[in-house]
Design a protein around this ligand. Sequence first.
Ligand code: MSP
Length: 663
Amino acid sequence: MSRFYITTPIYYVNAAPHLGTFYTTVVADALARYHRAQGDDTFFLTGLDEHGQKIERIARERGMDPQAYTDGIAAQFIETWKRAGISNDDFIRTTSARHKKAAAEMWGRIDAAGDLYTADYDGMYCVGCEDWKSEDDVIVEGGEKVCPIHHRPVERVTETNYFFRLSRYADKLLALYDTPGFVRPESRRNEVASFVRGGLKDISVSRMKKSVTWGIPVPADPDHVIYVWMEALTNYLTVLGGPEAVSRPGNAQDTWRSAYHLIAKDILRFHAVYWPAMLMSAGLPMPAGIFCHGYLTVKGQKISKSMPATRVDPAQIAEDLGVEPLRYFVLREYALGGDGDFTYEALLQRYESDLGNDLGNLLNRTVSMAHRFQAGKVDAYQPTDADASEEVVKIGRSWVTRTAGAHWQEFAPAQALETAWKLIREANRYIDAKKPWELGKDPARVQGAGSLAAVLAICCEALRITARLLAPAMPATARKILLQLGRPEQEADSWPTDGEFAWPGGTVGAAEPLFPRFDAEKKAALIAKWLPDSLTSSPAIAPPSPAPAAAPTAPAAPIEKADFDRIDLRAAKVLTCERVPKTEKLLKLTLDLGTEQRTVISGIAGAYTPETLIGRTVIYLSNLKPAKIRGVISQGMILAAGDTSVLALSTLDTEVPPGTPIR
Ligand code: MSP
């Protein structure tokens, strides 16, 4: 059995998942699902990069302990991936004990190889990139040297650091790039090879504790922490038991040798230059390869958490459209490797044409005809020689499964799905040509080759193969299709074998449309809702647009002071915050009350996104009787301005400890 280990980058916890991170994670998930279905011993890893100056600062700005802050964001990632159907086998967090141990082990092996030394560093650092910058890497804006990616001034770092002898590994790296397929696509291989040929300098791999505290200590030197990238890359080994486990022949090593790192081009150098050099130094085998994809952009600008105008919220789209159409769209629309521009119009276009008109229609008409003409029963059928000349049978027999499989093997999801759609379109054409509704009227043409029974069975089989071909991209849809066909849903878990095209029989279920149609008005409303202007997209706390004036309402009747004293208002800090599925307005928050934590459901999602609330201190009505909202017990409520819609959150102008009473 061959092995397949696939990794995503471990994402920084400076914001919630966005369409860019969703993209890489969905591609990795689909690849993992294809390999599992195909019988490979598959291992799929994703996780979070939680250390470093960037995270330390964000947590500090929010007055939070970095661990509490990262725990809050980690909960959001885990929830988002769960809803997106991500089938990772492990989830790595770099603040875990197992990772700290593995990172220290890696450091020890590189040190033992004589590849670490201390020297004075005086240079520039971009906290956004968590990367050192040379004069060639920066641009000047407003008289200041800034990072061209983040457009923020780089910082001067003058400290004694540990350096890694990267320069030693240039020749070995160049030889590695000659291994066919080690860095893909070819253009990226050329890019790293020319970077290495241009000359490699040793790199600083530690920070002094006096400037960065949020990291893993350098073993036996407590004044330094390991540079975040150096320890982060080791995560890929941590989950296999760490560097020692991978150094010995055995299961962990075999899995490691089958590893593919799926990344975007922003982090190519770290993965294709630093990481293999570190592995060489540590005496460890190489992974199988690196596949580097391009950027998803909005109007040509890279989608990123620091650019609110590019914000596309996969969670919101998933709520309105279903997550699988979005998975399908990103896999089908962009050839993996290049850049691709995202538009809501293109998303709805594919939803309507590929999913609704092609796939949904094929399923719907097949199931409806089976009900209408055969009381839902479609008996087992082996296509005869006469049927074999039909295009749908020809391509369904082997071409489509072989070709789509080869595309998945080659990291080409868009082409794999395009191939699957050939079968869907061919099956629709076959129905149009055979006109089963006419065959149904003629008793002589109800059985045998070319008969109504044969046509329906061939359509059912085309759909059964289709379900399995699209299962890596849309696992739940594949199961729904099989169930409607009257087949066991587990059939979705195996890739069709070559030559297989025989309908095993089934009693079809009720015909239910998988992708409901939207009229033009509804589509426009969805796009208006999804556009970032209608969301609180900036990391700032204030609502995005000037709050509309609330219609003044008459003051309520006077109450006694004793009435007010019964109300227990407290300052409370938001620890975690996430959307409540299938709702537009509700957020679920965990609040720190000083002495305990409380869960609250709050109707403020129309004005605030979850990540803008984590770390905020809010005003909390703590003694409101608990109520069950959407299956969750909500304990109390947080206060906000506005009547029927939320205009602004009530907060305090100075930080006070959680639990402080408000009178
Ligand atoms: N923490 C590092 C990775 C360490 S891996 C040992 C990091 N994190 S990140 O949060 O910035 O994630 C970067 C990755 O997110 C990209 O390499 C890519 O996989 C994904 N993407 C982020 N924005 C994206 C686009 N706009 N388009 C495509 N991929 C995107 O770097």
